[in-house]
Every structure is written in C-alpha cells, then in structure tokens.
Ligand binder design. Structure first.
Ligand SMILES: N[C@@H]1[C@@H](O)[C@H](O)[C@@H](COP(=O)(O)O)O[C@@H]1O
Length: 246
C-alpha cells in the first residue's frame, strides 16, 4: 500500500486528480470506477478543470459507479446517477452511454445485480477505482460483515450510514433503507485502487485501516489483499495515527 500524506482536502483532491489524469493520458480508453459522497467532490471539480485547462478528454472513457440507492430513479435528485451527472458527467466530454450506475428501480433486484456485475466483467474491470471510506469502514455500500466473496448485491443500510447520508435529504426518514452496491470481490478486481480520506470524521477509520488487520468487521481492510492501493490522506484524517507515532 502506498500512503500519500497531504495537508488538506484541497491538496487531496489535486493529488487524486493528477493520478486520474495520468491514467487517462496513459490510456485514453480507460475504465474508471467512481464513487459518490462528499469525499470525491473536490476531485471531480479538479477533473472538470482538467478538461478545460489541461486538455484532458473523456471521450473514450467508460465509468462504473460503485452503488445506487434502492428505489430511487436516476432522475431523483438524491440518486447517485443524478449526483454523477450533476457533479461530473455534464461538465466533461464523456459520452453518457459509457457511464454505468446500477439502476435503483430495476426489478427483480437480483437480476439487476447480476446484469451490473456481468457488465463490469465484460467492459472492465476498472483500471482505476476511486473509493471513499465510510466512518464505519464501509466501501461502496459494503457494510461491516460483508464477505470478501461478495459481488454486486443489494444491502440493507446501517442506521449510522443512513444518518451520515441524511444531510443530503430533506427528511431523515427519506433516506432509502436499501442500496445496490458492487461487492468486495467486484472492487478488488480493479487494477488499481485510489482510496481517499479527509477530515477528523475519518480519523478513526484511517487509524483502523492502517493497522492492516484484514477483517470482515471493517470492509476497507480487504483492500490489504490488493496489490496496488494508494491511500491519500489529509492531516486531520491522519490525526490519530500521528498522535500514536509521537
Ligand atoms: N455510498 C457512499 C460511498 O460510496 C462513499 O464513498 C462513502 C463515504 O462518504 P463520504 O465521502 O460522504 O464520507 O459513503 C457513502 O455512503
């Protein structure tokens, strides 16, 4: 695992954008694995800047998103499809038909999960997978307890995850109870993984991750089984590790 320590969110986002843009320069037909949440927002802003100012093109890039809320259509303002269109896709030259997000409305859900995983196998797997880490160590929506062999599946969200994500909804009860997510095995198929963590809220999770003990109770720890993971962490998120070092 490669650890890159930076000062703050801004620097984390710039560093991550450099790595993503390097991937696109090396292979303009790259497949990217994308995440939602607050963590990658700054990165997406930098990628938009990269199209305008650094001549980066996403014309031939394909993307797979990690997850989607169950029951929300792509038009719903809180769906991850909407988030991606709004925060990134509409501002870069990517072809929307090359961007994949699970369909939260599709029934039966098991069929949608199989379809999504098959697409990852057919068109991917991603050359570079971007990941944020949940405060409980979740990646995608793989909550503690998710087995290593999991592929795209439907999950019941933990109350802590629903609470963390409630800020995006007008009412706490509106946060969906279930989601579709790529599994641990699906994520580990990617060639490279870029894990991002910023802010005090993530300090405990970063500390636990860096202990390097692989456990089902902390899904991000499965990344220790991958041979090419880069963690970019800012000062606050690294705070508890640093405190121990001193
Ligand atoms: N499903 C998403 C994940 O894809 C995201 O990476 C993570 C971290 O969120 P944030 O970046 O807002 O802390 O949790 C959310 O629940």
């Amino acid at each position: 695992m490669k650890l890159i320590r930076v000062e703050n969110y801004e620097e984390m986002s710039s560093k991550a954008a450099q790595l993503v843009e390097q991937q696109i320069r090396d292979n303009p037909r790259s497949v990217l694995g994308l995440a939602t949440g607050s963590t990658p927002l700054g990165l997406y802003e930098k990628l938009i800047e990269g199209v305008r100012e650094r001549g980066i093109s996403y014309r031939d890039v394909q993307t797979f998103n990690l997850d989607e809320y169950r029951g929300l259509s792509g038009e719903h303002s809180n769906s991850y499809r909407h988030f991606m269109n709004d925060k990134l896709f509409q501002s870069i030259d990517i072809q929307l038909k090359n961007t994949y997000v699970p369909n939260g409305k599709a029934l039966p859900v098991e069929e949608e999960c199989r379809r999504y995983e098959a697409l990852i196998d057919e068109l991917g797997p991603p050359h570079l997978q971007i990941l944020g880490m949940g405060t409980n160590g979740h990646i995608g929506f793989n909550e503690p307890g998710t087995p290593e062999t999991s592929r795209t599946h439907c999950v019941k969200l933990e109350q802590s995850t629903r609470n963390s994500n409630a800020r995006f909804f007008s009412d706490r009860d509106e946060v969906p109870t279930h989601a579709i997510t790529m599994g641990i095995e699906s994520i580990l198929k990617s060639e490279k993984v870029l894990l991002l963590a910023s802010g005090k809220k993530k300090a405990q999770a970063v500390k636990r991750f860096l202990e390097g003990r692989v456990s089902k109770d902390f899904p991000a720890s499965f990344l220790w089984k991958h041979s090419d993971v880069t963690l970019i962490v800012d000062r606050e998120a690294y705070g508890l590790v640093k405190a121990e070092e001193e």
